[in-house]
Design a protein around this ligand. Structure first.
Ligand SMILES: C[S@@+](CC[C@H](N)C(=O)[O-])C[C@H]1O[C@@H](n2cnc3c(N)ncnc32)[C@H](O)[C@@H]1O
Length: 369
């Protein structure tokens, strides 16, 4: 892939092109990036490349002549899409990046000041591309964004262990959360499912996380993402939970992962902690649930009835509500009454109980500050 960049400020791009994955790709000849200084082509005796806008208005406009001359002189016989980076353009996304990566080469024109004389665009540009709905001072950052995103798709640019296949958007969904060592950082544990080496469970967990995050943050992506029947079933469950219309703030489920540890420390007598930790792990029956449940009756020195009675006698102002079936977490008023499978905890971690649908089993968690 050969990319020719036309700019008034080539030095703005050089540092990015010499480092890390881009630097390596260029060094290895997988990617060729040529920078052309538009100023070198001006015929103006003062070497000017811009002028006042006809019709008036603020700022300066880049003149057509140096741009057209620069591009024409350096793209003879060059086949590839010619792009002007511009906030007016088609908004770049991974699908467009994939399109661009199919091209033999690319020409990227960076504007500056108030933009570029339209006649230059009409003469030498195929398409305008925007990198987002905001205005930059120049197109150089936009060109770097395009180069970087396209380069990742050029075969060989990413090492074998840096595959682009799982990334956000490539799958049509946002990416699941990633973790690396250590397994525990400042009391925050890596989700257990990632540590147990069961690849089917890991794949299922990651898919669920991707669906959940996409539904939460970018629901419009689900309209075009390729989904399996299992994905659709999962989304239905998540949406059903949303339809419950819980009167409280929805929290990231990730936060629930910290409950069991805090809960053990706050509630479980020292002598029983080992057993509690075991139950905590065994409580992860559902792949994908970050939740870990406890059966209070099985932990010496603590009963669910006691916890519930204490809660009812004096409900806290605020509680966390966990819906295990839907895998959702909310901050709600402490006195809230909800049928079925709920976990309520109070902010001081003093009382805690879960009321199961059968009314007999108790799970518990602690409030996360
Ligand atoms: C200050 S902007 C000009 C904006 C122009 N007057 C307009 O309102 O459309 C200067 C240059 O920055 C670049 N630029 C600014 N925002 C951009 C964006 N969102 N995507 C791509 N390029 C952008 C373009 O090359 C543009 O010519």
């Amino acid at each position: 892939m050969k990319i020719k960049v036309f700019t008034l400020f080539p030095e703005m791009l050089r540092p990015m092109l010499s480092q890390s994955i881009l630097g390596r790709a260029i060094k290895n000849g997988l990617l060729e990036v040529e920078l052309y200084d538009i100023r070198a082509y001006t015929l103006d005796k003062h070497r000017r490349t811009d002028d006042y806008p006809f019709g008036g208005g603020a700022g300066m406009v880049m003149s057509a002549q140096p741009i057209v001359d620069a591009i024409e002189a350096n793209t003879r016989g060059f086949s590839g899409r010619r792009v002007y980076l511009s906030p007016r353009g088609r908004r770049l996304d991974q699908r467009i990046v994939e399109e661009l990566a199919q091209e033999e080469g690319l020409v990227l024109l960076c504007g500056h000041y108030e933009g570029v004389d339209q006649r230059a665009l009409d003469a030498v540009i195929d398409e305008e591309l925007s990198i987002g709905d905001y205005v930059l001072t120049g197109g150089e950052l936009g060109a770097l964004v395009v180069i970087d995103a396209v380069a990742r798709l050029v075969p060989g640019v990413l090492g074998s262990d840096e595959s682009p296949e799982d990334e956000s958007f490539t799958t049509g969904l946002l990416e699941y959360p990633q973790y690396t060592r250590p397994a525990e950082f400042r009391g925050r544990a890596v989700p257990e499912v990632l540590l147990n080496g069961n690849h089917d469970h890991i794949t299922a967990w990651r898919r669920e996380q991707s669906l959940r995050l996409t539904l939460e943050r970018r629901p419009e992506l689900l309209e075009t993402a390729p989904l399996t029947d299992a994905d659709r079933a999962m989304l239905k469950r998540l949406r059903r939970a949303e339809a419950l219309d819980i009167p409280g703030e929805r929290l990231e489920l990730r936060l629930a992962d910290q409950f069991p540890r805090q809960w053990i420390n706050a509630f479980v007598p020292e002598a029983s902690r080992k057993a509690a930790r075991k139950q905590c792990v065994s409580g992860r029956q559902h792949v994908g649930f970050l939740w870990q449940a406890f059966t209070l009756g099985l932990i010496d020195g603590l009963t669910g009835d006691e916890a519930e009675a204490a809660w009812r006698a004096q409900p806290p102002e605020e509680a966390l509500l966990f819906l295990p079936d839907e895998g959702l977490l909310y901050r709600v008023p402490g006195a809230l009454e909800l049928p079925g499978h709920v976990v309520l905890t109070d902010p001081d971690m003093t009382r805690t109980f879960l009321r199961a649908a059968d009314g007999r089993r108790f799970y518990a968690a602690v409030y996360l500050s």
